[in-house]
Design a binder for this molecule. Structure first.
Ligand code: R1P
Ligand code: URA
Length: 290
């Protein structure tokens, strides 16, 4: 059955509702960034840019880097935005916009989606300025209350350990990212387990004028040590999208990795003197490795 106009929403030019993109704009490797201005920081490395499109916070550049066609998209902040971006990117390659039908499963296209974002660490030994590849992501936000995400036994145990350490009323979700992309792109980076939060302040234990429900959130998160046959895992960093990427990526069948430029150390109180430099180095390193 065709997907109704109210569900798969196309603009007058046939482009998808929020991203404003046509299927032709999508390469099989997609770099995603939070900040719309960061799209140009990526595409300025390109040999040529074929398309620039924007709508709301979703800016897209399509171009060539060393002969490879790449799409760079900004997502804005938060997993609510990720819900839009990943569903629409997937629709662009896995739904026929003329018949409005999903492609048969054997024709599904698997995208490689690489997040390049900023992040803060809660661990004193992770220096500001370092680059961190997210192995697991722990979602403290509620996006997965609305999807039937299947987690492994180990993921459920890791998430339960976080729930108990913090004293949360609900169990967060936990998802392992793409082994393939972590191995290809994360060489030499710190490998970590990322906490995806539904906010920058209270949900990351920051207090400016408001009191916090968990004033010792950092200590509680630092106390998590989850061990299984694969090893011992600790939490390393905070940001606001990775768990949404990993969960939606798994359910939609795409390879997804989150690469983090560590700009804040919450244990030492430091913030990077030149955060743009940390991000630019991560962009250059990632492009080299594609
Ligand atoms: O730098 P980006 O990719 O936006 O990522 C991080 O920075 C934003 C908060 O400042 C959140 O989106 C967080 O995930
Ligand atoms: O501390 C930080 C830094 C960047 N992004 C976050 O979400 N948290």
């Amino acid at each position: 059955m065709a997907i109704a106009n109210s569900e798969l929403i196309l603009n007058a030019d046939g482009s998808i509702y929020h991203l404003n993109l046509l299927p032709d704009h999508i390469s099989d490797t997609i770099i995603t960034v939070g900040d719309p201005d960061r799209v140009a920081q990526v595409s300025r490395h390109f040999d040529s840019i074929e398309t620039e499109i924007s709508k709301r916070e979703f800016v897209t550049h399509v171009g060539y880097y060393r002969g490879k066609r790449l799409t760079v998209v900004s997502t804005g902040i938060g997993t609510d935005n990720l819900d839009i971006v990943l569903n629409e990117l997937d629709a662009l390659v896995n739904i026929d916009f003329v018949t409005r039908q999903p492609l048969p499963i054997e024709e599904h296209i698997k995208l490689r989606i690489i997040r390049i974002g900023t992040s803060g660490t809660m661990q004193p030994d992770i220096p500001v300025g370092s680059h961190l590849v997210s192995e697991h992501a722990i979602g403290l936000e509620s996006l997965m209350q609305f999807y039937p995400l299947v987690e492994t036994g180990a993921e459920v145990e890791f998430a339960t350990a976080v729930q108990q350490a913090v004293g949360l009323d609900y169990r967060p979700y936990c998802v392992l990212g793409s082994d393939l992309l972590r191995e290809q792109l994360g060489v030499g980076m710190i490998s970590g387990n990322t906490v995806t939060c539904p906010g920058f302040y209270g949900p990351q234990g920051r207090s400016l004028r408001l009191a916090l429900r968990y004033p010792d959130l950092l200590e509680r998160l630092r106390s998590v040590q989850y061990s299984n046959a694969e090893g011992t895992f600790r939490l390393t960093n905070f940001e606001m999208e990775t768990a949404g990427y990993y969960a939606l990526g798994r359910m939609l069948g795409h390879e997804v990795v989150s690469l983090n430029a560590i700009v804040a150390n919450r244990a030492t109180g430091e913030f990077a003197e030149r955060p743009d430099q940390v991000v630019n180095d991560l962009i250059a390193k990632t492009l080299e490795r594609l």
